[in-house]
Design a protein around this ligand. Structure first.
Ligand SMILES: O=C(O)CCC(=O)C(=O)O
Length: 255
């Protein structure tokens, strides 16, 4: 059952994560799988253990098919992101992650560890994982350390993290806060595990993926306005992101 947005945001604040069901029709997940099929076929496996040497990642998805707009701008997910991060957030990175049979568990990490912020800090990243396949303990469901976002320091030192697998059926969406310790699970089955990670961050931060160069301007011009703003064509008050003192959205429309 779908929790209301405040209940979901409460779970994210308290234990660091929540699984949403029914945020989009199951048919969307079929269309996502179909769009990803050829992209995955020509995609190499990862370059290092963190990317996963037996894992495929297709990045920059907003430039690779209109169907991915439905992930990035899902209203139910955006309501949750706003409840956790506040009103001024943006798309940081959107990638498909396919963990292939035989992949070992990814090193545990936090997504906002990329940013040199003092610890602890308020939420600056909310990540989501769209389950294009069923996520099971055996096939590499994302593993999470509940409550780790409230640890008093960033270091794992002295702690033995107790992980739980985010098992969920195809069509579900896992959301977790950027300072929660987590990682991709090991795939001990003979079938791949496919998910789309759609990561949002505070609009005053640098985006993990360069959306301005990654998504051609004419593609962004055809997006609905909300998505254009989420890609980064917007001001964070009072004037972060301006061009000649003006909101970049106005220039995008004129270009
Ligand atoms: O694939 C997953 O389940 C999680 C991957 C992840 O956390 C990452 O690559 O940063």
């Amino acid at each position: 059952m779908q929790p209301d947005v405040e209940t979901a945001a409460g779970a994210v604040r308290e234990r660091g994560w929540v699984v949403l069901e029914d945020v989009a029709p199951l048919s969307l997940f079929g269309r996502l799988a179909e769009a990803l099929d050829p992209l995955l076929a020509s995609c190499p496996t990862g370059r290092n253990p963190f990317e996963g040497r037996t894992t495929k990642r297709v990045n920059n998805l907003l430039a690779k098919g209109a169907v991915f707009q439905e992930v990035a701008a899902n209203p139910g997910v955006l309501d949750l992101v706003e409840a956790v991060l506040g009103p001024h957030f943006q798309i940081s990175i959107i990638s498909a992650i396919q963990i292939l049979p035989g992949e070992t568990a990814q090193d545990l990490h936090t997504d906002d560890g990329l940013y040199p912020l003092p610890w602890p800090h308020p939420p600056v990243v909310l990540n989501t994982m769209w389950a294009v396949d069923d996520f099971t303990e055996a096939n590499g469901a994302t593993v999470l350390v509940p409550g780790s976002h409230q640890w008093p320091d960033r270091a794992f030192g002295g702690r033995t993290p107790q992980t739980v697998p985010a098992t969920m059926a195809r069509g579900s969406v896992l959301a977790w806060v950027g300072n929660l310790v987590h990682g991709g699970g090991a795939n001990r089955t003979d079938r791949p595990r496919l998910g789309i990670t759609m990561n949002y961050n505070q609009a005053w931060l640098r985006q993990q993926e360069n959306q301005y160069l990654g998504v051609p301007m004419e593609v962004v011009q055809a997006f609905p306005e909300r998505l254009q703003r989420l890609v980064g064509y917007d001001l964070h008050p009072p004037f972060i992101g301006n061009v000649d003192g003006r909101n970049p959205l106005k220039l995008l429309r004129r270009a």
